[in-house]
Ligand binder design. Structure first.
Ligand SMILES: Nc1ncnc2c1ncn2[C@@H]1O[C@H](COP(=O)(O)OP(=O)(O)OP(=O)(O)O)[C@@H](O)[C@H]1O
Length: 649
């Protein structure tokens, strides 16, 4: 058994779950004399002089000694067996989902070479890694692999282990590592908090040992804070989430405080930034809103859920601007307060986007979305078509929110379905293992890429939608199905049907109110979208007309995913408050359409003009990056699987 820390408690990891492998490599280069002396004593006498090391490192060396590790020996690396690793990944599924784009962005930002980015669980288990080709050749890269355990008990003093043990950001350089063999590496780690006083994960950047890299440390902490904010929003879709900041223009950025409220308007969770703004008020979790702010939430609720930004004073008299994040709970409360549904047809240009996180200023798109609340109220199935990244899931969530009920939203990616397990996943296999239909009961079931369902699964789903009833696997009892179905597909339903891949009966049951999301290159509100995304990355920045012209001239095959990724990158590289044509020209390379005609659209996209155009655009990007799929996926802000799909692999 090996101890692994979890939430402050020692968790015993059964030895059978892990295999031991040897980690190798030697080196001990960049060190100060004091550190060298301390190391010498550590290795020869098993003790060292206090004061020679940063206090966190000295404490960690002591703990490593207590774990019985030998600093001059070779560390025994532990790697979870595949089943246990899969279980661990499953437990951190939403962390991985939110962290992945951040890992890729961080990878782009860390200049130079010979480095690796790793995402760890709160206990110090490596869940994902991303490394450049030079680092991949190193011993360290062979040791820091997905599934490896880097607690202090196993790896001695190291960035991830130290961060797991203390809950604080950690920097461990060369000889500060407990094991001599880790002397060639520099690790910079930052905790990702869960908003409730615990840790959700650890972000780590490791590289060959050079000088202390404060710039990298700042980037790692920023990325960790970004992941934390994304997780808090995602995990609390059914609770009110407030953003606040002393300066209104910072709302919605990385620097905003986030406060999650329970049903009685007491604090359920708060992000690190929010806790910093409210320093001085002890134990914020569980406190009532009026104990923190000079107002009752009930008196502000109506205006906040209508999308207004309010000025509120905290109990120390400092004023903050506050607004409510547009999520399921906000829509539900807006309904109870009799607020006009946020998507109801607008009376004026300014009234129309009450909820600030969603930009819909394109008149055609607006017309389609304006009828959404009506379709939801009548429980008409909703189908959403659009290229990757056009906002299909966002619209599905808006449809769900428009229902104004505190009920579940359950999403299912039909690309993952297999004939064998579809029935178990969808219908469940007993009271202890409810299927998706039971989990979504009373709420919304979102079927993403529904045309990709295997044939027998399509038949089973069509039957349920027809009869409104289903049976769990292995049971004869009939269960009534009470879900509002929203489906989406990149491939238009009629194309999928004419290819013989989509059953007509299922198509007709799902089509209902059909929304066609335009690709970004056809949207007339691309400029406000770009402005919103750049302001979200950094509110001090603006795009000038030259920059907007470049954006308008690009064909955006990755749509909003790509625009978001490019704007975040432009914000990080900005040399002043205004981003101009020159700043964007390298990031957003113009792509004349005829350049793409050399490429053949993949089988899945052939036959539909806009799908072909997007597909050829993606293939062209792959060519530009000389076949580097990871880089293309990063540039376009889409997953690697999407790229492979368009390459027909
Ligand atoms: N109208 C909008 N205003 C601002 N941001 C938006 C809008 N619509 C979508 N987004 C953002 O754009 C990104 C892509 O949206 P979403 O994931 O809903 O697209 P999708 O079509 O479901 O993508 P995929 O096909 O890859 O699953 C998300 O980050 C989403 O928050």
């Amino acid at each position: 058994m090996h101890p692994v820390m979890q939430g402050g408690e020692a968790l015993q990891l059964p030895a059978c779950l892990a295999r031991r492998v040897r980690a190798g490599g030697d080196g001990m280069e960049t060190q100060t004399t004091a550190l060298m002396r301390a190391r010498g004593m550590l290795e020869t006498h098993g003790r060292f002089p206090g004061g020679a090391l940063p206090p966190d490192i000295a404490d960690s060396w002591l703990r490593s000694l207590e774990h019985g590790l030998d600093p001059a020996g070779r560390p025994e690396a532990m790697v979870l067996l595949p089943t246990a690793f899969e279980q661990a990944r499953e437990r951190s599924r939403d962390l991985i989902r939110f962290a992945r784009p951040e890992l890729e962005l961080l990878y782009d930002q860390i200049a130079g070479s010979n480095f690796m980015i790793a995402l760890g669980s709160p206990e110090g288990l490596v869940l994902e890694t991303l490394s450049d080709s030079q680092f991949q050749q190193s011993e360290a890269s062979r040791a820091v692999i997905a599934g490896s355990i880097w607690t202090e008990a196993v790896g001695g003093t190291n960035g991830m282990g130290l961060c797991a043990a203390t809950g604080r950001a950690a920097q461990v350089y060369g000889g500060e590592h407990f094991f001599r063999t880790h002397g060639n590496i520099a690790c910079i780690s930052a905790p990702i908090f869960d908003g409730r006083g615990g840790m959700a994960g650890i972000l780590d950047a490791s590289s060959g040992i050079t000088v202390r890299q404060q710039h990298t440390a700042a980037l790692v902490q920023m990325s960790a804070a970004n992941i934390e904010n994304g997780l808090i929003r995602h995990r609390h879709d059914n609770r009110l989430v407030l953003q606040f900041h002393p300066r209104p223009e910072y709302l919605g950025t990385l620097s905003s405080g986030m406060l999650v409220l329970d049903e009685d308007f007491s604090v359920h969770a708060i992000n690190r930034r929010g806790a910093l703004f409210l320093t001085g008020l002890p134990t914020l979790i569980g406190r009532g809103f009026p104990e923190i702010f000079d107002a009752r939430f009930e008196d502000l609720a109506c205006r906040l859920v209508r999308g207004e930004t309010l000025r509120v004073r905290d109990r120390f008299g400092s004023a903050v601007s506050m607004r409510c994040v547009a999520n399921r709970a906000a829509f539900a409360l807006a309904g109870r307060h009799g607020a006009a549904a946020p998507l109801a047809p607008a009376r004026s240009q300014t009234e129309r986007n009450l909820f600030k996180d969603v930009v819909v200023e394109d008149p055609d798109l607006w017309r389609q979305l304006a009828a959404l609340p009506e379709a939801v109220a009548r429980r008409v199935p909703i189908s959403i078509m659009g290229e990757t990244g056009t906002g299909k899931e966002m619209v599905a969530r808006l449809a769900h929110a428009a229902a104004g009920k505190d009920r579940p939203f359950v999403a299912y990616d039909a690309r993952l379905a297999t004939e064998e397990d579809f029935a178990r996943v969808m219908f469940g296999s007993g009271p202890g293992e409810p299927g998706l239909l039971a989990r979504a009961s009373g709420g919304t079931l979102y079927l993403d890429e529904v045309t990709e369902l295997p044939p027998r699964a399509q038949a089973a789903l069509a039957r349920v939608l027809d009869t409104g009833e289903y049976r769990r696997s292995g049971s004869s009892e009939t269960v009534r199905c009470d879900v509002h179905v929203v489906s989406s597909s990149c491939r238009p339903f009629d194309t999928a049907q004419s290819e013989g891949r989509f059953r007509a009966d299922l198509r007709h049951r799902l089509a209902g109110y059909a929304i066609n999301l335009p690709p970004l290159r056809r949207r007339s509100d691309i400029a406000p979208l770009a402005r919103r995304l750049i302001a979200a990355a950094n509110p001090e920045l603006r795009l000038d007309d030259g920059a907007l012209a470049i954006i308008a001239g690009h064909d955006w095959p990755g749509n909003l995913h790509e625009l978001r990724a490019r704007m975040s990158q432009a914000a990080l590289l900005a040399r002043g408050p205004t981003i101009g044509r020159d700043d964007l020209s390298d990031l957003v390379a113009a792509r004349p359409f005829d350049d793409k005609d050399r490429h053949q659209a993949c089988a899945g996209c052939s036959g539909t003009a806009w799908k072909e155009q997007q597909c050829r655009g993606i293939q062209l990007e792959v060519e530009r990056s000389q076949g580097n799929i990871a880089e293309t996926a990063r540039r376009l802000g889409v997953s690697r699987t999407t790229i492979y799909k368009h390459l027909g692999r």
